[in-house]
Write a protein that binds this ligand. Structure first.
Ligand SMILES: Cc1cc2nc3c(=O)[nH]c(=O)nc-3n(C[C@H](O)[C@H](O)[C@H](O)COP(=O)(O)OP(=O)(O)OC[C@H]3O[C@@H](n4cnc5c(N)ncnc54)[C@H](O)[C@@H]3O)c2cc1C
Length: 386
């Protein structure tokens, strides 16, 4: 068992960290004020990151991605957590793993442009009537001689405004769900309103409406009826990366700010970091972040060994998201009034953190998965022979 990172990994982490510190963090305040970047600014970020090989680094090298192992990807994603969701999307892309199921002409039409960043994609599963129950969707696609006709609606679709096409889950039979690549601009496809959120400012979350949208046969991703399995399988690694690793990165960033403040701020002629009650908040944060980090690395290592990491990823999702929540809450407390004041970013991190317990499966849904598995397999899901 070797917990050490090698020199290449450290160099890669430093490159991402520097890019975020120099190119992205300075834009955070403007983004918070304006709610967006202009297109030329966003394009410039994309080009800079691509030149460094940081765009779509989750994709295989043969397609123009970085061809990283799961662990190496996770190390980068942890650093991504040090800035805002919107800036990550603009700088590093948003190329979802289900796209790797593209075949034949689909590669040139959807996968390759997504990896290059000439076309952006979003994933559209949730509907007003079907959130946690992702298999309970009403959107459906009917087979025709020319392909399919899509009807239904989605909501909360992250980055929808920037997206040129969507991976849409739709019912193709009573018990069958398939995935389709649906281009913006198709007849009958309307993009609805942006649904404002309490945090992650800048990222649009859109409603989508499909009314007799004609889809070519090539729009079907993977096999007919396999869409749910395809999405759930591929999104497992997305959950580990975009929620688990980023939550650890965010919590680390907030913790660093909290430690600096506890070192600098004086009350009663003493630095506040010397008060035991403050120390408890600092110590608990450091302990929980480090525990979450090793859970994330372990789950990534399991994926790299070809092991089934579903349960570990469910545990990571709950623990990393909830750790982040506790750490930002303590940060507000340690910063006192300044933690609540908009002059510092702490209140923003507090708002941004809340969604981590909800999207990509709520804490309750993942706890259900973990508990059912534990009841079946026992030994708290750890077995030296597995
Ligand atoms: C900012 C944001 C971005 C998002 N981005 C996307 C996106 O890009 N694409 C996309 O498809 N979706 C996206 N979503 C949707 C997100 O994945 C869902 O909001 C989430 O899965 C929860 O679904 P829901 O909101 O319908 O809540 P519900 O499923 O209605 O849940 C409500 C409450 O009931 C609890 N609950 C439900 N079922 C159970 C159960 N079986 N056991 C115990 N408790 C249960 C939940 O845990 C929760 O506390 C986004 C949502 C937000 C807010």
């Amino acid at each position: 068992m070797d917990f050490a990172l090698n020199d290449e990994q450290k160099m890669m982490i430093d490159t991402v960290r520097r890019f975020i510190a120099e190119e992205l963090r300075p834009l955070e305040d403007t983004l918070e004020e304006q709610g967006h970047l202009d297109r030329t600014q966003a394009q410039a970020l994309h080009e800079k990151s691509r030149a460094l090989g940081l765009y779509a680094l989750n994709m295989p090298a043969g397609l123009g991605g970085a061809g990283l192992s799961n662990l190496d990807r996770i190390l980068c994603e942890e650093q991504f957590g040090h800035t805002s969701d919107y800036l990550i999307r603009r700088a590093f892309g948003n190329v979802y793993e289900p796209l790797l199921h593209c075949k034949g002409e689909q590669v040139a039409r959807w996968l390759q442009p997504a990896v290059e960043g000439t076309r952006t994609c979003a994933i559209a599963i949730t509907e007003p009537g079907a959130g946690s129950d992702a298999a309970g969707i009403q959107t459906h696609a009917k087979k025709t001689d020319a392909g399919w006709v899509l009807n239904g609606s989605k909501h909360f679709i992250s980055d929808g405004e920037w997206s040129d096409f969507f991976l849409v889950s739709a019912r193709t039979g009573d018990k069958e769900i398939s995935m389709f690549m649906v281009d913006k601009g198709l007849p009958g496809f309307t993009v609805g309103k942006d649904q404002p959120m309490m945090g992650i400012r800048g990222t649009p979350h859109l409603e989508l409406f499909f009314s007799d949208v004609p889809l070519e046969p090539a729009a079907l991703l993977g096999e007919e009826g396999q869409g749910f399995k395809l999405a759930m399988g591929a999104l497992n690694v997305v959950r580990l990366a975009q929620v688990g690793a980023r939550a650890v990165g965010k919590a680390t960033h907030v913790c660093e700010l909290m430690l600096d403040y506890a070192n600098d701020r004086q009350q009663f002629k003493t630095r506040i970091g010397d008060f035991q009650m403050v120390q408890q908040m600092l110590a608990d944060s450091v302990i929980e972040i480090n525990a979450a980090r090793w859970m994330v690395y372990h789950a990534a290592w399991m994926l790299d060994q070809g092991l089934d990491a579903r349960e570990q990823i469910a545990m990571v999702k709950v623990h990393a998201a909830e750790t982040l929540g506790r750490v930002v809450d303590r940060a507000v407390q340690v910063f006192g009034g300044m933690g609540f004041c908009k002059e510092l970013p702490i209140e923003r991190y507090y708002r941004d953190a809340r969604i981590y317990r909800i999207f990509d499966g709520t804490s309750e849904i993942h706890r259900g998965v973990i508990a059912r598995s534990a009841l079946k397999k026992g030994a708290a899901l750890f077995d030296v022979h597995r």
